[in-house]
Design a protein around this ligand. Structure first.
Ligand code: PLP
Length: 401
């Protein structure tokens, strides 16, 4: 028996960990509504046909070798143009790196940024790799509070209080996973000021930027040229191709303060040779082809967001802040009124009893996620209604007054 290293044995990923008991129930013949994974293709969303055609064409045209480690050059140019149109910001194409999704960008970034014991500020709750991968790399993820009573917006005082002499960067995930919050200019401006004051770079994860419901999306890149920023984005969610594994990171700094960090990332990129070449070629069609599907999907999701918010808020023992972006809601459980020892026990009980699979909130942050669960609202309206019926019945059997 060869034992795994401690650092790998400690890896947890709540979103997929909860799938194991669900699959066991399915083996026993139970039907489970899986509202745990943010994959639109698992529901009634489709990859735009012009992108599928572009992928097939890329294969036929012979893009089957490795690409440049930095990425397919025409795609990099297109990304620069795309970001310029969105934010009026000029990215330097020599500082844009195409990766196997934001997931790989995070490996490169934390690998290049963090020495043992270095800290990074991440929103609490947040997408698990921001804590898990940081720990894997020997760093410390310090979570700053986001406030449920204020639409899960960052608590700037808590953020300020958590800056130390080991802090290396502030991460912003906007719109946020798992809370579905979207940040306004008024919220982002003081975070940028804080970053400027402490000479910290901002890491801005904008994977859901085209899926914002009531406000326009605001990027910190559009608000400041002075503060160094690493933009993370990709094609998984807005362009409906999570399986293609294409994303990108862009280092924007007028004074070259991020050049070393970029160098640490491109060195790692060379070791993995290249990311999926035909998928990069086809991603060009995503940025340069028709965009109507984004608005159609946004409207579809807005209707589902409204169903989840209305139904969950009508269930005794649950309440939810209305999501403003992405496809997640993060309801609070009135846990003292039920038999559960924690939110994980709640999620497992709901799975067994109601046949609905969600993810426990503490899997996104022990401090600020506990006593919550994340529900993905990608499913069609009838399925969401059925899930809410089942959750409502389940809560009625469990709650004490
Ligand atoms: C906030 C956030 N960032 C990044 C990712 C991963 O994206 P990718 O498919 O580009 O690796 C996800 C996936 O759910 C996410 O929610």
């Amino acid at each position: 028996m060869i034992n795994p290293t401690e650092r790998s044995a400690n890896i947890e990923y709540a979103i997929r960990d909860v799938l194991i008991p669900a699959l066991k129930l399915e083996e026993q013949g139970r039907t489970i509504l899986k509202l745990n994974i943010g994959d639109p293709i698992a529901f009634d969303f489709e990859t735009p046909p012009h992108m599928v055609e572009a992928y097939c064409r890329a294969l036929r045209d012979g893009h089957n070798g490795y690409s440049d480690s930095q990425g397919y050059k025409p795609l990099i140019s297109s990304i620069v143009e795309h970001e310029r149109k969105k934010y009026g910001t000029e990215l330097d194409p020599s500082k844009v790196l195409v990766t196997a999704g934001i997931s790989e960008a995070l490996v490169f970034l934390f690998g290049a940024l963090l020495e043992q014991g270095d800290e990074i500020l991440v929103p609490g709750p947040s997408y698990p790799p921001y804590t898990t991968l940081v720990k894997f790399m020997g760093g410390v993820a310090r979570t700053y509070r986001t406030d449920e009573n204020n639409g899960w917006q960052p608590d700037i005082d808590d953020l300020r209080a958590k800056i130390t002499n080991r802090t290396k960067a502030i991460a912003i995930i906007n719109p946020n996973n798992p809370t579905g919050s979207a940040y306004t200019r008024q919220v982002l401006a003081p975070i940028i000021d804080l970053a400027a004051e402490h000479k910290l770079p901002i890491i801005s994860d904008e994977i859901y930027d085209g899926l914002v419901y009531d406000l326009p999306h605001t990027s910190p890149l559009a608000l400041s040229e002075e503060v160094p920023m690493v933009l993370l984005n990709g094609f998984s969610k807005v362009y409906m191709v999570p399986g293609w594994r294409v994303g990108y990171m862009a280092f924007r700094d007028t004074e070259g303060r991020l050049d070393g960090l970029y160098d640490g990332c491109i060195r790692q990129a060379r070791v993995r040779l290249s990311t999926n070449h035909p998928a990069q070629v086809a991603s060009l069609a995503a940025l340069e082809g028709p965009q109507e599907h984004i608005e159609e999907n946004r409207r579809k999701l807005m209707e589902r967001r409204d169903i989840i918010s209305r139904r969950v808020n009508a269930i005794d023992g649950l309440s939810v802040a209305r999501p403003e972006g992405a496809f997640y809601a993060f309801p609070r459980i009135d846990i003292e009124r039920g038999p559960w020892k924690n939110d994980k026990a709640f999620v497992l009980d709901m799975l067994e009893t109601a046949g609905v699979l969600c993810v426990h909130g503490s899997g996104f942050c022990e401090d600020f996620g506990k006593d919550h669960f994340r529900v993905v609202f990608l499913a069609p309206p009838a399925e969401l209604e059925r899930a809410c019926d089942a959750i409502e019945d389940f809560m009625a059997t469990r709650l004490r007054d």
